[in-house]
Design a protein around this ligand. Structure first.
Ligand SMILES: [Zn+2]
Length: 421
């Protein structure tokens, strides 16, 4: 007998054979905290529909694997309205930085905020992400760039993961930009990160992985290498903001460390992509930043495919370059801007295992049934279509769970009839 059975749902298994692996009038059964059966209701074994300990009616909702957001800056305080204004007036990223905006503006506002203020606005963002389908997300630091604020942001990320129905992986991004008090002294700043800030964060158990911005306007190969060596000495996996504005060999560097992912990648060249393939480093694509920053060079999706590099999508939730908590909008944009199709778009937010904790894709077990972790199911209320061709998910209310779904993070969001924000 199964522990639980969900009936009368539309089940997106993300497997081959039909768009989204969609099973109309589908059912999912769970046993011992794992998915025990997935299929059409008409294929349910005789008597099983009433034999489960609990039976839930999904009322036509769409049931999907939970979404994973592998690039997310949700913990910060403030806004970037002046940056956006500047961009709309024809300004560039360099203009934004010269005027004290970008990461600098974010740092100023976040440092000045209390823990309570940062927590409140960040929790509201994470609640939106949960309502839109996230069951696992990353929370980067990088909005403080000093010891106190970096630790505060990591601590708040951890706390959100404990108190909200979502798994949160925290990432140390002290090398997001050069802290204002170290302006013109990047080596000294990296020294400070390596000797003081990262060790303190590790000692307090606040870090799962380490990230940086490797670019002529950020940190050099040598500086990032120093940081990565400290990460490696502490057993932490690494990733990078790479090749967003030029081919700088940043993804090669992360591949040398067998890193989890290189992110952005509009300018990644073929040699870089080969290195990523050899290291099994995932390409995380960020259409929100591509759009907001007015970039014209698309990430080389065809080359990623040709060389077998796994691709993932993320919201890159941040106020400067990707002011969104909408995974479905990112799927839509990845399809329309980057040429991913309905498999690549939605599947990108169910990223490959290398992205770290959380592997929500329903994997086929040897008996031909679908097996996966029960906590990674998400359910959303939708009309005929709830995935990216409908565009936008607009949560109408906070995170919730449909009646009957058991332990673990689940979500309900209203897609049907939702307009653009
Ligand atoms: Zn980022």
């Amino acid at each position: 007998m199964w522990d639980a059975l969900w009936r009368n749902g539309r089940v997106a298994t993300m497997t081959a054979g039909a768009p989204f692996g969609l099973i109309e009038a589908g059912a999912v059964a769970a046993e011992g905290g794992r998915i025990a059966w997935v299929g059409a209701e008409s294929a349910l074994p005789a008597g099983s529909a009433t034999a489960a300990r609990t039976v839930h009616d999904l009322g036509g909702r769409l049931l999907t694997p939970g979404l994973v957001d592998p690039h997310n800056h949700a913990v910060y305080y403030g806004d970037a309205l002046a940056d956006f204004e500047l961009l709309t007036q024809g300004g560039s990223r360099a203009d934004m930085i010269a005027s004290g905006g970008g990461v600098g503006g974010l740092v100023r506002q976040t440092r000045a905020a209390s823990d309570e203020q940062i927590h409140a606005v960040s929790a509201a963002r994470v609640a939106k992400l949960i309502a839109a389908g996230m069951t696992t997300l990353e929370s980067k630091s990088g909005a403080g760039l000093d010891l106190d604020t970096e630790l505060r942001c990591l601590r708040i990320g951890r706390e959100l993961g404990r108190t909200l129905p979502v798994r949160i992986v925290t990432t140390f991004l002290g090398a997001h930009g050069i802290a204002p008090e170290y302006r013109g002294r990047p080596d000294d700043y990296v020294d400070h990160l390596c000797k003081v800030v990262l060790p303190a964060a590790v000692a307090q158990g606040l870090v799962d992985q380490v990230d940086g911005f490797c670019d002529p306007t950020g940190f050099s190969h040598a500086q990032i290498t120093r940081l990565f060596e400290v990460a490696r000495a502490n057993g932490l996996p690494v990733k990078l903001h790479a090749e967003q504005y030029r081919d700088f060999g940043a993804a090669d560097l992360v591949a040398r460390f067998k890193g989890l992912s290189a992110d952005h990648l509009e300018f990644a060249g073929e040699a870089t992509i080969r290195a990523m393939a050899a290291a099994d480093t995932v390409a995380t694509l960020l259409p929100g930043a591509h759009w907001t920053m007015g970039e014209t060079q698309r990430p080389p999706v065809a080359l990623f495919r040709r060389h077998g590099v796994k691709m993932a999508l993320a919201t890159n939730c941040n106020p400067v370059s990707s002011h969104t908590c909408s995974p479905t909008m990112m799927m839509n944009m990845a399809c329309r801007l980057f040429g991913l199709d309905h498999r690549g778009g939605p599947a990108g937010l169910h990223p490959p295992r290398r992205q770290g904790p959380g592997r929500p894709r329903l994997a086929r077990d040897p008996r031909g049934r679908q097996a996966g972790r029960l906590r990674d199911l998400g359910c959303r209320q939708a009309g005929r279509a709830g995935l990216p061709h409908r565009g936008q998910s607009l949560p109408r209310g906070g995170p919730g769970r449909p009646a009957g779904l058991p332990r673990g993070p689940h979500f309900v969001s209203t897609l049907a009839g939702a307009g653009l924000p």
